[in-house]
Ligand binder design. Sequence first.
Ligand code: AMP
Length: 294
Amino acid sequence: MQVVETIEALRAARRMLPGSVGLVPTMGALHEGHLSLVQQAKAENNVVIVTIFVNPTQFAANEDLAAYPRDLPHDLAMLEGLGIDLVFTPTPALIYPQGYQTYVEVETISQGLEGAHRPGHFRGVATVVAKLFNMTQPDKAYFGQKDAQQVAVIKAMARDLNFPLDVVVCPIKREDDGLAMSSRNTYLDPIQRQAAIILYKALVAASDAYDDGEREPTALRQVMRKVLMGESLADVEYISVSDVNTLRELESAVSTPLLLSMAVKIGQTRLIDNMLLPLALNQSNMLSAILGSG
Ligand code: AMP
């Protein structure tokens, strides 16, 4: 496994890689969720590039950029032995040198959900991912359903800017009790960690209601809200039922697939989670074609 820190070294190493290349962009503090992306990339390509970069432009001034967990030795130890060919670990100064002034803005799909609550977030995401695509020239790039809107933004960007690659969406890896794995889970103390299960419970309750025939978005949002209200540590930022392709908020019942999603603060820690309905759509062979493809 070759670890490179500069763009020149990355490009030189990339030129030597044979066959199809899968890219897995991450912000490090790796967990099983990240590794599932790496494993899928490994299974579908000749070689795999992982990038580890905590991207400052996707954090707003009031967010957790400084506190974001960083542990490169731990990350490299996790990747070692997985058959990764190349790991890119640039510094912010390398990615955004003095005089940097070019940003990628993906318009409509960036505006709701996370975009409405994290102004500028997807501008930062789209910019860094476009740069990573240019630097690594992958055939396929792997992203997690965990960040469902991010997938939609990247898909729109790749399509609109003619990046010659496939965006592959991988299912959400969860802890045994249902909590979606996240680097930010390390912020939670034991009591908060226990409380954090409520996001998944809310999604499951809405999924159960859907199975019982409930199709009204307002009613499904209400089911999730009621479950979340039962946890005193949960502070709801938003609860959404949207169209799985366009991510537009739904106001009336539709027969097309739904995306349930939410952002909830547990203490100072902001957690997100989501689920596609019908449930079969959450499987890896369905996800890439449907999520954010509108
Ligand atoms: P991050 O390091 O948080 O930027 O995540 C890097 C990639 O891993 C993104 O495409 C995420 O959507 C994905 N990811 C994060 N958590 C999970 C999870 N629990 N299961 C699957 N993929 C995930």
